[in-house]
Design a protein around this ligand. Structure first.
Ligand code: F6P
Length: 208
């Protein structure tokens, strides 16, 4: 039985202002989520008999690190992965979707046509993100091999586009054009039981 706990970061200041990308701090609501997250995890892990010792993987961005700030002594290992950073929006970083539409209407149109393959200028596409998150999933495979009796629980806190790509890879049967539209809500813990090879056994969502 291979279980991974996933969450997006708590709401960020950029989320509040509708800006994409950036490296902003959590909003007050986001900070509230960060404060509630340790208890929420404790409850789920108790009911599922998962280990309470946490191996925490985040992105290198402030908002995922701040989301795991209150985990305390339960964290036995921690790693920040560049591969878990949000999709790089290139020249559109820290713009609202309306600004992108006004400044680069062509790009906005192209993205609408083929969101999976559209690459932001000087940035990334969902296809690019998919390629780099494979590195993290391979590392997770190794992690499971090294922790066969589940002496610890793996908790991954990342971002919307990244988690869409991760879930698509885990499920294995998602059409490319659907990947950028997978629903990954804020302030929600997703506990995933993952069978060998692609195919999630069970995905359960828990809200604060
Ligand atoms: O709005 C939050 C966010 O994580 C942005 O930083 C990112 O660019 C976006 O979501 C990804 O979602 P979409 O591909 O739907 O724009």
């Amino acid at each position: 039985r291979r279980v991974i706990y996933f969450s997006r970061h708590g709401e960020s200041m950029a989320n509040v202002t509708g800006k994409i990308g950036g490296d902003t701090h959590l909003s007050p609501q986001g900070k509230l989520y960060a404060k509630k997250l340790p208890d929420l995890l404790h409850h789920i892990m108790t009911s599922k008999r998962d280990s309470q010792s946490l191996h925490v993987w985040t992105s290198t961005l402030k908002r995922t690190q701040e989301t795991t700030e209150f985990f305390g002594a339960r964290v036995v290992a921690r790693k920040a992965w560049k591969e878990l950073d949000e999709i790089d929006a290139g020249i559109c970083d820290m713009m609202t979707y309306e600004e992108v539409e006004q400044k680069f209407p062509e790009d906005a149109h192209l993205r609408d046509q083929d969101k999976f393959n559209f690459r932001y200028r000087s940035g990334e596409s969902y296809a690019d993100v998919t390629a780099r998150v494979k590195i993290v999933l391979n590392a997770a495979e190794e992690w499971f091999a090294a922790h066969p009796r589940h002496g610890a629980s793996l908790v991954i806190v990342s971002h919307q586009a990244v988690l869409r790509c991760v879930f698509a890879l885990l499920m294995g049967d998602v059409a490319q054009e659907e990947v950028p539209y997978i629903k990954v809500p804020l302030h929600t813990v997703m506990r995933v039981e993952w069978i060998k090879g692609p195919g999630i056994v069970k995905e359960e969502k828990f809200h604060v």
